[in-house]
Ligand binder design. Structure first.
Ligand code: LMR
Length: 334
């Protein structure tokens, strides 16, 4: 089900858009691939984007030119997604939490305490159900090319959020995801959907008191530890990315270029997923060495969080699909 009229309009105009996109010139001008993202260069995605540019240009010479726009320097993810659909940019790797508006099934990634760790996330993404999600938005001109990892979600605030009750009444930043918002509401806190680039200032000025879950690498590269006293290691969810392109653009690429880019993407995806853990461990240390405190949960405290969030899983079961949720849960038990 489309959730707002913008997407309905886009769906109606897509046939026209597809026709409006020019064939690639057979002259010598390079095909330009604009890659927009919102995080810093020294994050898993930032590094992945740079490696993609390096390998694509190395292997394809002057046939392609990759332009990377990091740190929301071109668009935030919301506007970027519309720009990708209309063909103004060609690549993004948004957090899957930002794709729930386009595919209800993709919301599976946002469910609380669904995956035990990143290995389970990998197994689910490699399953046929996970691979099907890559092509679940082609009717909207969005084609998923690969999954890239970041890491598990941790909460932060100026209060130690070791029990769900401590979150009551707090304004917590969430990514634009209904499931993530419901998780905040489930513990009687107030969800605030906010662009990534606005979070630091939001925390500094008290527009939000904290955030409901993000990775250590995102926190440390944005210096959230300077404006948050406590990070609670909840591992309550996952920040994972889908590398996406404009489907019409991808289809129209000369076959040899497309194949080369697909090989590059395979290579880069392996590298990103291998490096993500190390970058997050390093970022955790940066935060632990700062004035902020990293709190870990006892098994009982974690169980209390899980119990508080359990209604969210039930609330979204029909919308996401019980079978898909079951497949994701099975990935915890290889
Ligand atoms: C966020 O908005 O918190 C994340 O999606 C940012 C990112 O791309 O990791």
């Amino acid at each position: 089900m489309l959730k707002n009229t913008v997407f309905l309009l886009l769906a109606l105009t897509l046939p026209w858009l597809a026709q409006a996109q020019p064939q690639f010139a057979s002259d010598s001008s390079p095909i330009v691939i604009k890659f927009s993202h919102v995080v810093a260069n020294d994050t898993p995605k930032g590094q992945g984007a740079k490696l993609f540019k390096h390998l694509a240009e190395q292997r394809l010479g002057d046939r392609v030119r990759v332009e990377i726009y990091p740190s929301s320097s071109l668009y935030n993810d919301g506007i970027g997604l519309n720009a990708l659909i209309t063909g103004d940019i060609q690549l993004m790797a948004p957090s899957v939490a930002k794709l729930g508006e386009y595919s209800e099934a993709i919301q599976v990634f946002d469910l609380p305490f669904l995956f035990d760790d990143m290995n389970a996330v990998t197994r689910f993404q490699q399953s046929s159900a996970g691979q099907d999600l890559l092509v679940s938005m082609t009717n909207l001109n969005i084609l998923g090319l690969a999954y890239w990892h970041n890491g598990m979600r941790q909460m932060s605030a100026n209060r130690p959020l070791v029990t769900p009750g401590m979150a009551r009444g707090l304004k917590l930043r969430v990514e634009p995801s209904d499931v993530l918002s419901s998780e905040v509401t489930a513990v009687h806190a107030l969800p605030r959907k906010m662009s990534f680039s606005e979070v630091y200032q939001g925390m500094q000025t008290g527009v939000v008191d904290g955030q409901s879950g993000n990775t250590y690498s995102n926190m440390a590269t944005q210096n959230w530890q300077d404006v948050q006293r406590y990070v609670t290691e909840t591992n309550s969810g996952v920040v994972s990315y889908m590398l996406i392109t404009n489907a019409a653009f991808w289809r129209r690429l000369p076959a040899d270029i497309r194949t080369t880019l697909e090989d590059v993407i395979d290579e880069v995806s392996k590298q990103v997923n291998a490096d993500a853990r190390r970058l997050n461990e390093k970022a955790r240390q940066t935060i632990a060495d700062s004035d902020a405190e990293v709190l870990t949960l006892t098994p009982e405290q974690r169980a209390a969080w899980q119990a508080a969030e359990a209604p969210v899983l039930r609330a979204y079961r029909d919308q996401i699909g019980a079978d898909l949720i079951h497949t994701a849960q099975q990935a915890n038990h290889p």
